[in-house]
Design a protein. Structure first.
Length: 494
C-alpha cells in the first residue's frame, strides 16, 4: 500500500510501497502451519520484506522449515534468543501478536505475492531515482547511450533475478510437447521439425534449427562464414514468409530473423544478399561495373524479396544487454524466429562488468546468448573466429580445440559447426617455377596441382563437430565465390 506523509513544508510526501498487514498476516500463517511455507518458498526471500524485523522473523522460520523442524512462537523464541535478536524483533509478545494477525492459512500465497510485488515496485523506484540522478549529473561517467544500456541492464536483472515464481513443467506436459515435435517432423517430408535453414542436407542432419539452441558457426577468415549464415538467415526468413502465405497470399510473416552484423554495415549485407539472389558478382557491384541488364535484374529481385522478414542491426561492438533488449523488443513487436550474431568476438559483455580475462569475457557472452535463446525460445547462431593454430597443421580442417577461448564456447553451445574450403588453401600452394631446377618437374607439379584444384573447385565442407541432440559429421556444400553463394552440392552445374 502506498503511504502519504507530510513534509516539513506541509506538502504531501510519498513513501515507498509496502504492505505491513500482508507481512504480519503471512508470518502469522507460517507460524500457525509450517506447510504454508511451501506456497511462498520458491519466490519470497527475507530481503523482500519492507520491515527488516519481519525479514528476520521470516528468515528464522525458513531456516527451521528447510531443516524439517517445527517453527512456532515457542521454538522461534529459543532460536531468536540464542541468536541474540529476540528483543530486536519485538520479543515473545510480538510473535504472539503475529499469530493473531493471521487471517487464514489458505491466503499465504496471496500474502507472499503482495509482499513480493511491493518489493519489486521499491526496486523500480530505486532504479528510476538512479536514472534521474545519473541523467542530471553534469560530469557523468557514462554518456546518454551508455546510461540507457545501464538502466536496461538493471531492469533486465530485476525481471530475471527478482525472485519471481519458478514454474516447473510436469512430465505429462513435457511428453505432450515431445510428441508434438515428433509429429511435426513426421508431417514434413524433409524431416524438418525446427526452422528451415534453406540447405536441404543441413536440414536432414539437424532437423532444422531448434528453439532455445545456441549454435556456433566458426571458421578462419576467407572461409565464407558470413556468406553461409546469410544464406541460412535468408532461407529461414523466406520459409517464415511462405508459411504465412500458405493460406493468405497477401499475409505478412508472423516472425522475423534478426542479424546483428558487428563487422559489415547493413547496406553491405543487403548488397551481398541482393547479389546472391540476382546472381550478379559482388566484386562488379563494388567497382560499379554492372550492366543495364544487371541493374534491371537487381530491381526485379529486390521487389521479389522485399517482404522477406529480415532485420539487420549493424550497431558496432554491441553489448550483451543491448542485444538482449532489442531481441525482446522485436519479439514483442514483430515476433522473433531466429537471432544471428556476426561475430562473437566483436561483442562486449554487459555494461558495468569488467571480466578479469578475455576468456571470462567470452564466457559471459556465450552464457548470455544461451540465456537469450532459452528466454525467447528461439535459435541463436553466433559466428566465431578460430585461432591461428589451424594454419600450422598440414590438415587445416578445424577442430573444437581451435575455437578461440574454446572452453566456454564449446561448453555453452548446443551445436558447433565449422566451415572449411580446401580450395582456399590449395590456391595458395600453386607451384612456382623458381622452386624447380627443371621445367618438366615444374610442369608435372603444376598439372597435379591443377587436377587437385579441379577436384575441390566450388566445394566446401560444413563440419558438425558437436551436436547435443544428434550426430556429428560432415556435409558437402557448393560454394560459388563470385556470388559468395552457398547451396546444396547437387546444384553445382545448375
Amino acid at each position: 500500500m502506498d503511504s502519504i506523509d507530510q513534509t516539513p513544508s506541509g506538502l504531501p510526501r510519498r513513501l515507498p510501497p509496502s504492505n505491513t498487514q500482508a507481512e504480519q498476516a503471512l508470518l502469522g500463517a507460517l507460524l500457525a502451519n509450517n506447510k504454508a511455507f511451501e506456497r511462498v518458498s520458491d519466490f519470497l526471500a527475507p530481503e523482500h520484506f519492507a520491515d527488516p524485523i519481519h525479514g528476520r522473523i521470516y528468515q528464522a522460520i525458513a531456516r527451521r522449515c528447510e531443516q524439517n523442524q517445527v517453527a512456532d512462537p515457542i521454538t522461534l523464541r529459543a532460536e531468536l534468543e540464542h541468536a541474540g535478536v529476540l528483543e530486536e524483533v519485538g520479543g515473545t509478545a510480538y510473535l504472539a501478536q503475529l499469530l493473531s494477525a493471521m487471517v487464514g492459512i489458505i491466503n499465504a500465497g496471496d500474502y507472499g505475492r503482495l509482499i513480493h510485488d511491493a518489493w519489486l515496485r521499491r526496486q523500480l523506484i530505486d532504479i528510476g531515482e538512479l536514472m534521474v540522478n545519473d541523467a542530471y549529473a553534469s560530469e557523468a561517467e557514462l554518456d546518454g547511450r551508455a546510461q540507457i544500456e545501464k538502466s536496461e541492464q538493471s531492469l533486465f536483472n530485476l525481471a530475471t533475478k527478482g525472485g519471481s515464481e519458478g514454474k516447473g513443467v510436469s512430465f505429462h506436459d513435457a511428453l505432450v510437447a515431445a510428441i508434438e515435435l515428433a509429429e511435426k517432423a513426421f508431417r514434413n517430408q524433409g524431416s524438418v521439425s525446427g526452422l528451415d535453414t534453406g540447405l536441404r542436407d543441413l536440414n536432414k542432419r539437424t532437423g532444422g534449427l531448434h528453439k532455445s539452441d545456441l549454435i556456433i558457426l566458426a571458421g578462419r577468415p576467407g572461409m565464407g562464414k558470413t556468406a553461409l549464415v546469410t544464406k541460412v538467415a535468408f532461407g529461414a526468413a523466406k520459409a517464415m514468409l511462405n508459411n504465412a502465405r500458405a493460406e493468405n497470399p497477401n499475409a505478412m510473416a508472423k516472425e522475423c530473423v534478426v542479424i546483428f552484423s558487428l563487422e559489415m554495415s547493413a547496406d553491405q549485407l543487403a548488397t551481398r544478399l541482393l547479389a546472391e539472389q540476382a546472381m550478379v558478382s559482388g566484386d562488379k557491384i563494388r567497382r560499379g561495373e554492372i550492366s543495364t541488364k544487371d541493374f534491371d535484374t537487381f530491381v526485379r529481385v529486390s521487389r521479389e524479396i522485399a517482404d522477406v522478414p529480415l532485420v539487420i542491426d549493424d550497431t558496432p561492438a554491441i553489448t550483451l544487454s543491448a542485444l538482449r533488449t532489442r531481441c525482446r523488443r522485436l519479439q514483442r513487436t514483430q515476433g522473433l524466429g531466429l537471432v544471428i550474431v556476426d561475430y562473437l568476438q566483436l561483442m562486449r559483455p554487459a555494461l558495468g562488468t569488467k571480466p578479469e580475462s578475455r576468456v571470462l569475457e567470452i564466457s559471459q557472452i556465450t552464457q548470455g546468448l544461451k540465456a537469450i535463446a532459452k528466454e525467447l525460445a528461439v535459435p541463436v547462431i553466433a559466428l566465431s573466429q578460430l585461432s591461428r593454430s589451424v594454419e600450422s597443421r598440414d590438415d587445416k580442417r578445424p577442430q573444437l580445440s581451435d575455437l578461440r577461448e574454446s572452453g566456454s564456447i564449446e561448453q555453452d553451445a548446443d551445436m558447433v559447426m565449422f566451415i572449411y574450403r580446401d580450395e582456399y588453401y590449395l590456391a595458395q600452394r600453386e607451384p612456382k617455377i623458381t622452386n624447380f631446377d627443371r621445367d618438366d618437374k615444374f610442369q608435372e607439379a603444376h598439372e597435379k596441382w591443377q587436377a587437385d584444384m579441379q577436384s575441390v573447385y566450388q566445394k566446401a565442407e560444413l563440419i558438425i563437430a558437436k551436436q547435443r541432440h544428434g550426430p556429428t559429421g560432415k556435409i558437402d556444400l557448393f560454394f560459388e565465390g563470385e556470388f559468395t553463394r552457398f547451396a546444396d552440392l547437387d546444384t553445382l552445374h545448375e
